[in-house]
Write a protein that binds this ligand. Structure first.
Ligand SMILES: [Zn+2]
Length: 293
């Protein structure tokens, strides 16, 4: 068993721990049906900032039954509807056509369009976009938004290339408390929190330093937390075909904190368990115990 804690100060991998006592099922897990994907639990806590993780406590949680095909960036091997295929084709086409144009030109054009849109927003909230303090705000906001959503510019192969190793290691690997910054796609405000990722290898390991970038590909987009959780788990499964994967995200949503219920300490917890993490309660409990410790 390998357990890594990602500290707030840096993303340096900081600790290496112990051996697992559980025997392992070395069978490879690959998501093959929608039922394999029906494993994302969501739990909301509004209790004085205390984590009320129903999954960890064995409570009954609402089951999110959206299928893999509901993911915004579908990955290979899934069944796509016609309209989703069209969406993907147009998305791919967009990427290809962008690739033919120097990135600087694309970004300059997008930046100027976004600047103009932000200028409109400033005006519509009742401000004067020409006021001294706001003059450069549209440009700053546009640049910031492109940074917040830079996951669209990355692909799994960009990040994981040369970082997958053949290794006869079949003990659980856990990287926990990875800082996560994402944008709520419903309100375009941030949700921030921590991600813990665990997997049981099946002769292939992912370089430990690549787990954080792997999370960022999906978090740096317009997202909902449930989908983000599942995308991280499914993409890891596809990349290294482990026996199982577990992903737990605990996050605070600014759209809940600053509007709506306006509870400062509210947390949302989501989890996605695939393969033996889903099928074997002992493996799941071991993972949950590790990320709680
Ligand atoms: Zn929101």
């Amino acid at each position: 068993m390998l357990c890594i804690s990602d500290t707030a100060a840096s993303r340096q991998l900081s600790s290496v721990v112990t051996h697992s006592v559980l025997s392992r099922n070395s069978q490879s897990f690959q998501p093959s049906s929608s039922s394999d994907m029906e494993s994302t639990n969501t739990s909301h806590s509004l209790q004085n900032g205390t984590l009320q993780n129903g999954t960890a406590q064995g409570d009954h949680l609402p089951l999110i039954t959206d299928k893999l095909s509901d993911l915004s960036i579908p990955s290979k091997g899934e069944n796509l509807s016609k309209s989703q295929e069209d969406d993907r084709e147009s998305h791919d086409h967009e990427r290809v056509s962008k690739q033919n144009v120097p990135r600087k030109v694309v970004m300059t054009k997008e930046l100027s369009l976004m600047e103009s849109a932000y200028k409109d927003i400033i005006q519509h909230v009742g401000e004067d976009p020409n006021r001294q303090g706001l003059k450069k705000t549209p440009q700053r906001a546009a640049k910031a938004m492109l940074f917040f959503t830079k996951g669209y510019e990355q692909t799994i192969s960009d990040v994981l290339n040369d970082a997958i190793f053949d290794e006869d290691h079949d003990e659980m690997v856990v990287v926990k408390d990875i800082e996560m910054f994402s944008m709520c796609e419903h309100h375009l405000v941030p949700f921030i929190g921590k991600v813990s990722v665990g997997y049981l290898p099946n002769k292939r390991l992912l370089g430990l330093s690549k787990v954080c970038p792997h999370v960022e590909i999906f978090s740096r987009r317009l997202q909902v937390q449930e989908r983000l959780t599942k995308q991280i788990a499914v993409a890891l499964t596809e990349a290294i075909q482990p026996s199982g994967v577990g992903v737990v995200i605990e996050a605070t949503h600014m759209c809940m904190v600053m509007r709506g219920v306006q509870k400062l300490n509210s947390r949302t917890v989501t989890s996605c368990m695939l393969g033996v993490f889903r099928e074997d309660p002992k493996t799941r409990e071991e993972f949950l115990a590790l990320i709680r410790s």
